[in-house]
Design a protein around this ligand. Structure first.
Ligand SMILES: [Zn+2]
Ligand SMILES: [Zn+2]
Length: 233
């Protein structure tokens, strides 16, 4: 997070006030990151299911860059074969794209726990009990980013999503243009509503652009590995 010292203290104080079972475990702001450890009490219900449970966690907040905080579950309460937990215990919460767009007007640590971390644990418990994800699940890596845009753009076709993302990242909105999804309709009568937020807010456009550049790089790597493979045959 790119926080001033003042902003960092405010965020940490608010967090500890809302979650008194969390304590700072690093010397205050001396490091390139802040760590908090303790436990998180989940008391949530949805879809007629209640989760009341305490999870030992550790939160790491990188400072001086735009990386989002990470959470590790330190009590081995999440099954090691659960797909949304990395080997070091870090939780796979949501795509950065989703979280960055959610917090476009400023990141808030307490709200992040409420809106993303608590639902993660609820979702884990619900999935363990019923075998389905109550709020859906995201694939990983580039598929996760693409999936996020499919949802944002209300389309479930890969090529359409990529064309819409490219337009959001690189073009200027013109309602009378043909929609980049290739429906043959004018933009304003098709995906205009979904694209407009990216075209009118440079912060959102920048997120789309950096995702577009990342995807291009990753697609290129995949292409190159295919070429290398066929040339060794
Ligand atoms: Zn995951
Ligand atoms: Zn369209």
């Amino acid at each position: 997070m790119r926080w001033s010292n003042e902003e960092a203290s405010k965020q940490i104080n608010n967090l500890i006030a809302a979650y008194p079972q969390l304590k700072m475990s690093t010397p205050y702001l001396d490091n390139s990151e802040i760590q908090l450890a303790g436990s998180l009490n989940i008391n949530r219900s949805a879809f007629n299911y209640i989760v009341q449970k305490e999870y030992p966690i550790e939160i790491t907040i990188p400072l001086g860059n735009s990386d989002l905080p990470r959470v590790r579950e330190t009590g081995n309460m999440i099954a090691s074969d659960y797909p949304h937990r990395y080997d070091d215990g870090t939780l796979c919460i949501e795509t950065d794209t989703s979280m960055l767009l959610y917090f476009i007007d400023g990141f808030d640590l307490v709200e992040w726990i409420e809106a993303f971390v608590e639902p993660y644990f609820f979702s884990y418990e619900y999935h363990s009990r019923f075998g389905v994800f109550p709020f859906g699940e995201r694939p990983h890596h580039i598929e996760g980013i693409i999936d996020t845009y499919k949802e944002l753009f209300h389309c479930d076709n890969l090529n359409q999503a990529l064309r819409l993302l490219k337009y959001a990242a690189e073009d200027t909105y013109r309602g009378h243009d043909l929609c980049p999804c290739c429906s043959g309709k004018k933009l304003r009568n098709c995906h205009g509503k979904q694209l407009l937020p990216f075209m009118t807010d440079t912060r959102k456009k920048d997120i789309a652009l950096s995702n577009m550049q990342y995807l291009r790089k990753e697609f290129l790597k995949i292409e190159q590995s295919k070429t290398n493979y066929s040339s060794t045959k």
